[in-house]
Structure formats: C-alpha cells, structure tokens
Design a protein around this ligand. Structure first.
Ligand SMILES: *[C@@H]1O[C@H](CO)[C@@H](O)[C@H](O)[C@H]1NC(C)=O
Ligand SMILES: *[C@@H]1O[C@H](CO)[C@@H](O)[C@H](O)[C@H]1NC(C)=O
Length: 301
C-alpha cells in the first residue's frame, strides 16, 4: 500500500511541472467534475469482471473488504487520482448494478490493447475491448447521457453526469502494455519496431477523437517496465546476463522505452495540433521503475 502512495506522489509531481509549462489561461485549477478513463488492467475498476468473470477474493480483501473486480488487492493509480480530486471511485461503464456515473465512467478492461488484435481472450487473454471500442462506448455514453438527462426524472439524473461537465472532465489514458506483450509473443524484433509508430498513432487518434467530442484536459500515462513484471520473469528460464541490476529483463524494458519515446514525441506534437487542449504526458515508467529499484526502502517486506 505504501508503494502506491509513493507512486501517486511521484505522478502528481510530474503533473504539476507539465501542466505549469502549458500556461493555458483556462486551466487555473484542477477542479474536475468527472473523470473518464480508458485502459487495461492497470486501471480496470471492475469492467473486465462485469464482462467476463465473477469477482472473487483475495483481490479487494485488504482495502475494500470485498471483491471489487480489480487486478489488485488495493487501490489502483486511477483510484488515487479520483481520491485526490475529491471524486468517488470510477464506475465501470459495463457495470449496471448499483452504479452511479455522476462523476464519470471507466472504460478500461483488463487485457485491452490499443490496436485490435487478431487474437482472443481464450487464446492469450486479449480483451476484445480494444481502445477503438472503448472510444465508441464513450461516444454512446455521451449521446445517451444527453438524451436521458434531458428526458429523465430526478432519479435518473442523479446517476448521470451533467452534460455540461463533459468538457470540464479529466480524460485519462493508460494503455499500451498489452500491445507490447502481443509484440513480444511474436518474437520478431523487425516486426515489433515496424509496428510501434502505428500503435502510437492509433492512441493519438483516439485522443483526437475524444477532443472532437469537446474534451479538453488529457492525462496520458506512458507504459511501465514490462520486463520487471513477475509474469515476464516466471514462465521461462532466464540467463543472468539478460537481467539488469534490479532483476528486470533488459530487452523487454527496451520495448517499453521505445514505445514511450515515440509516445512522448507524439504527445508533444498533439499539443500543437489540438489548440484548446491541455495534454500531460505522465512518466509512469520512471515512477514504477524507481519503486522497483528501491523496493527495500519502500516498504517491501
Ligand atoms: C490483424 O489482421 C488484419 C488483416 O490481416 C491486419 O490488417 C491487422 O493489421 C492485424 N492486426 C494486428 C494487430 O496485427
Ligand atoms: C520477421 O518479420 C520480417 C518482416 O515481416 C520477416 O521478413 C522476417 O523473416 C521475420 N523474422 C523471423 C525470425 O521470423
């Protein structure tokens, strides 16, 4: 739990410096009325469970005291973002049981990729809710919210966002890790390098699409060090020389860094293209790698 707290502090620090440098007149405070999130298991607050499996313990046991469909026992970064903004935890778009969307919705589903994959949930755990699908869902959500808000009774309205709040919401993207995992499965460096510009481009197009819906503030996470994940390290024999000083697979982390390099360039370019947007590129890789490198000082027991 302590680790996650440290992470959020690092993340907030990045945000202040990046937003500060934009100098946008209309972005004086972080007074967001809602959060809309797009992503994979890193920020799935129960969408995957709503679609595919019945949430069970132990995840959720320690913090929530019940199964909440997260791939984590505690809170996710998106949960800390909601807390920090004084908003409730985000409801998954696909979850209709006792759900309020007053302060936003979460479209993230574990296993999701930016690009639609020619794979499947049963074959490799790849979610069919790739980013393009999540953007369609957001479009439906926005249109129907307007309709039901205008037509609905007070009870309906209470659980829907105010239509005018869409442009005042924070739009968070945390996706790409599973595109890299898909590339790694194919074991072809040439193909992977050739695919990265297209992966980044499809993420940029999703951001542009949401911008055209009137969204203005974007918070874009880069991808973490995939070569440090237990799942990367557990299932095959690894030679000592493949590992870096902190026990992570060097070659796999190079894939993440390549994606991040191109993503950062693309976000800088988007800042010139989307004139009325504030775009923050968040270095999640650095934050997570720092935690792993200093695990002993960060409460690892
Ligand atoms: C999936 O297959 C289609 C058709 O062959 C191709 O255009 C697309 O690029 C493939 N997607 C990926 C992620 O490889
Ligand atoms: C990797 O992909 C490239 C281009 O698609 C192909 O020419 C090459 O033969 C592949 N390499 C391997 C080891 O499969």
């Amino acid at each position: 739990m302590e680790n996650v707290k440290v992470l959020i502090i690092v993340v907030v620090a990045f945000s202040v410096s990046s937003v500060g440098s934009l100098g946008l007149e209309d972005l004086k405070t972080c007074d967001f009325r809602a959060v809309y999130n797009f992503g994979d298991s890193n920020s799935d607050t129960g969408g995957g469970s709503a679609a595919f499996w019945i949430a069970g313990l132990p995840p959720g046991e320690t913090f929530f005291g019940r199964p909440v469909g997260r791939a984590s026992d505690g809170r996710l970064v998106i949960d800390f973002i909601a807390e920090h903004l004084g908003l409730p935890y985000l409801s998954p778009y696909l979850d209709s049981i006792g759900t309020s969307f007053r302060h936003g919705a979460n479209f993230a589903i574990g296993g999701s990729t930016i690009r639609p994959q020619n794979e499947s949930m049963t074959l490799n755990g790849v979610s069919p809710f790739s980013l393009d699908v999540q953007i369609v869902q957001f479009g439906n959500f926005k249109v129907r919210t307007r309709y039901f808000y205008d037509q609905g009774n007070a009870g309906h309205r209470r659980n829907l966002p105010r239509p005018r709040d869409f442009s005042k919401a924070l739009y968070v993207f945390d996706i790409g890790q599973n595109d890299i995992a898909a590339g790694l499965r194919k074991k072809n460096d040439t193909d992977f390098h050739a695919s990265v510009p297209d992966i980044v481009d499809q993420l940029a197009r999703a951001i542009q699409n949401v911008y055209e819906h009137g969204s203005r503030t974007f918070w874009i996470h880069n991808t973490g060090p995939i070569g440090c994940l237990p799942v990367s390290l557990h299932y095959r024999d690894i030679r000592r020389e493949e590992l870096d000083d902190h026990g992570c697979l060097r070659a796999q982390n190079a894939y993440s860094m390549e994606f991040n390099r191109l993503l950062k360039d693309r976000v800088l370019k988007l800042r010139t293209e989307l004139k009325h947007a504030a775009l923050t590129y968040v270095d999640i890789y650095a934050a997570k790698y720092e935690l792993i490198a200093n695990a002993n000082n960060q409460g690892k027991s």
